[in-house]
Ligand binder design. Structure first.
Ligand code: ADP
Length: 470
């Protein structure tokens, strides 16, 4: 194919041109200011003459730095799409050939194609494959890389098409690039593209949802929350998989559950189950299982969506996620007295399970975060006037001159904790086999989804009678 390439080719029918690249900035989400920076580049294209007359230096190269899948290619396409110019793309790993001279000739033909079709954007992915500091690699591979790199530098400097062809390159390793590449007049603009924030993830999910038959009131925030650490490419994939799941089930609308399930299964967001020792996984499974089992007994909390012992970025341990508004328990004052007590009891369940399963003298610190949450909630409970000592209502814990009352709150809160703890012990003792089934399932599969959970509740749980009352 090397021989064919040297023959040159007709306008607008090149090997490197991507005619499908009709991407606009509105397709790129969650990148905030970065988009604005690239909009400037578009201005150079659309008003090149004006900039030249003013004597402004027109950029030749822009370096987009960031991990795979964060949208570097998409952004480069959007620059071309918004400016209405042609887009040429190649991955630098294709430059690196065993035979000396092949890489360099590919670079030449790429740029000659772009120049003939100017104005144009040339996109070079994985620039570090060719742009590594020269001389680092010994042997003929290194020599080949040098000749390719030299050719690329020549093309970047070339006067032909200056200001008419802009090169955008992508890399995840800007630190190892040859200094000659980042000199002024070459890739002298460096833009970092981070992984998306929570808000960014929500926006990216929404952009991709636009072309899908989404149901009403999708909870994008919930999906954003369990996808911490994921890049745009993974979020796009989640939306695709969710839509396929709906299709497969013969449903006409994609639901929040579809998205959550797809998110849970998305690779890359789900690190290897086996990086944790069996002992740690067992501890986590018991913790999550006991909370979920306890919650099944509480009318306000039984809406369990998912429980998991699969670690995720930003989540040290496993988690039980409730279907109810995740913010609900952030505003404890707004829930009922019984709901309050249920919340405290659920948080104490891991400690109670630890005592029941491992013995009172073996209690670990795994449950201590939950105990802290329970203790805080118990104080709020007292201050909300729910306890027997109504006069403690509204007490501001920040008042130093009311130390005595603060002590009273703590004493009262401790009583609440003790009675909730007793309730957790009693309930879990009664539900040993239910909890054991949950633990086994978690160890085997990593997570349990709502439908399966409900089935297990039906089959194994021994619930309080009180449960059906409001
Ligand atoms: P990179 O070049 O950084 O490896 P890509 O641009 O190829 O990543 O991203 C792959 C796909 O992921 C895109 O085609 C798009 O569907 C999706 N994607 C990534 N980032 C974003 C984003 N910020 N907004 C919308 N979609 C995105």
């Amino acid at each position: 194919s090397g021989a064919k390439m040297r023959q040159g080719r007709a306008l607008r029918s090149g090997k490197y041109m991507d005619p499908e690249a009709d991407v606009k900035f509105s397709d790129v989400a969650g990148l905030g200011n970065i988009r604005v920076e690239l909009e400037e580049i578009v201005d150079f294209f659309t008003h090149a003459e004006k900039f030249r007359r003013r004597g402004s230096r027109i950029p030749t190269g822009i370096l987009l730095c960031g991990e795979p899948g964060v949208g570097k290619t998409l952004l480069a396409k959007a620059v071309a799409g918004e400016a209405g110019v042609n887009f040429f793309a190649i991955s630098a790993s294709q430059f690196v050939e065993i035979y000396v001279g092949v890489g360099a000739s590919r670079v030449r033909s790429l740029y000659s194609e772009a120049n003939q079709n100017a104005p144009a954007v040339v996109f070079i992915d994985e620039l570090d494959a060719v742009g590594r500091t020269r001389g680092l690699t010994a042997g003929s591979g290194g020599q080949e890389r040098d000749s390719t790199l030299n050719q690329l530098l020549t093309c970047l400097d070339g006067f032909e098409g200056k200001g008419q062809v802009i090169t955008i390159a992508a890399t995840n390793r800007p630190d190892i690039l040859d200094p000659a590449l980042v000199r002024p007049g070459r890739f002298d603009r460096k833009i970092y593209i981070p992984k998306p924030s929570l808000q960014g993830r929500i926006e990216i999910l929404q952009v991709h949802a636009k072309s899908k038959p989404m149901g009403e009131g999708i909870d994008y925030r919930a999906v954003g929350q369990i996808t911490a650490g994921m890049a745009g490419a993974q979020l796009a994939h989640i939306v695709d998989v969710a839509a396929l799941a709906a299709l497969r089930d013969g449903r006409t609308e994609v639901t929040t559950d579809d998205l959550l399930e797809a998110a849970q299964n998305e690779e890359g967001g789900q690190p290897d189950l086996h990086i944790r020792s069996d002992r740690v996984r067992r501890i986590l499974a018991l913790q999550e299982a006991s909370m979920a089992a306890m919650a099944a007994n509480c009318p306000d909390m039984e809406d369990i969506q998912l429980m998991s012992i699969v670690p995720r970025m930003g989540e040290e341990k496993g988690f039980v996620r409730f279907k109810a508004d995740p913010l609900k328990f952030g505003y404890l004052e707004s829930i009922s007295r019984q709901g309050f007590l249920d919340h405290i009891t659920v948080q104490l369940a891991p400690r109670a399970a630890d005592e029941l399963w491992n013995g009172a003298d073996q209690i670990s610190t795994v449950a201590s975060d939950n105990v802290d949450i329970a203790r805080k909630a118990a104080r709020s409970f007292v201050r909300a006037g729910h306890s027997d000592r109504k006069e403690l209502y509204g007490l501001n814990s920040g008042c130093w001159y009311r130390q005595r009352s603060i002590w009273d709150v703590d004493v009262e809160a401790q009583k609440i904790l003790e009675s909730c703890y007793a309730r957790a012990l009693e309930y879990l003792e009664r539900n040993r086999s239910f909890v054991n089934v949950l633990v086994d399932r978690l160890l085997e599969k990593g997570s349990i989804w709502r439908p399966e959970f409900l089935q297990l509740v039906e089959q194994y749980a021994v619930l309080d009678k009180r449960r059906s009352s409001p």
